[in-house]
Design a protein around this ligand. Structure first.
Ligand code: FPP
Length: 243
């Protein structure tokens, strides 16, 4: 049973960074300005995470459904990822961060694919924080692809399926401990469905560009006070007496 971070060697936080567009519109700015402000918020969170005990941080930057947005916004998000990789890599390396990008690559421009591969290779030795950026990511598509490959194998096990998911570009399959969503909506939006099976969920009204280390700290403090039972029963004296 896990209710505090004290004895927890791995702590995976996943964030749906929602609210960039509303943040911009409220200021009379184009939506892309909200995404740019969102990059700054992502930087703050990446910097704060290791000192708060986070070992893996997964950020949802572009959903496979986001292709349905206007072409100029899609282009802006692609450009922002490229910009992020180019400007942040030095800092990520200095802070011992390993970067991986999960999701489909085949629909990205070749220069962006190359930028991703080169950032992943350069940061492969990082051991302090594993930063996963989910881009052209669909959890359902990842599960469906893995299941397709699975057909024919007659010895399914959860661990084998988890490894298969990882090979299908659906993330490394690490269970999410804490899922945070900014921007006021309360849904998962096809993000880490398998990995969130026992995640503690934290939905915040804060718009992502206003999100900071204090918000991450508060969410983790709240997480620490929750009792995680993973489907079992609480270890109460009454339960122990009944055994
Ligand atoms: C959702 O807000 C946010 C996105 C679709 C993109 C998130 C991207 C970033 C924060 C920048 C990229 C970050 C990295 C680390 C590369 P929305 O546009 O749906 O906001 P709204 O609900 O207010 O319209």
């Amino acid at each position: 049973m896990q209710s505090t971070l004290n004895d927890k060697p791995d702590f995976h936080v996943a964030i749906i960074m929602d609210g960039n567009g509303r943040w911009a519109v409220r200021r009379g700015l184009p939506r892309s300005a909200g995404h740019r402000a969102g990059i700054a918020a992502a930087r703050r969170v990446v910097e704060a995470a290791p000192d708060l005990g986070v070992t893996q941080l997964t950020l949802f930057a572009f959903s496979s459904d986001n292709w349905r947005r206007p072409a100029h916004e899609v282009r802006a998000l692609m450009t922002l990822l490229r910009h992020y990789l180019q400007t942040e890599l030095r800092q990520l390396l200095a802070s011992g961060t390993r970067l991986t990008v999960i999701g489909r690559r085949d629909r990205l421009r070749r220069d962006l694919r190359e930028e991703i591969a080169s950032a992943e290779a350069a940061s492969a030795g990082g051991e302090r924080l594993h930063l996963q950026i989910a881009f052209d990511y669909s959890s359902r598509a990842g599960i469906a692809n893995a299941a397709t490959v699975w057909l024919g194998d007659d010895s399914p096990s959860r661990d084998a399926f988890r490894r298969l998911l990882a090979r299908q570009g659906a993330g490394n399959g690490a269970d999410v401990d804490l899922l945070i969503r900014s921007g006021g909506e309360k849904r998962l939006s096809d993000f880490l469905l398998w990995e969130c099976a026992y995640a503690e969920l934290c939905f915040l009204e804060t718009l992502w560009p206003d999100f900071g280390a204090d918000d991450l700290h508060a969410a983790i403090a709240d997480f620490s006070s929750r009792e995680r039972r993973f489907g079992a029963l609480s270890r109460t004296p009454a339960l122990e007496a009944a055994e």
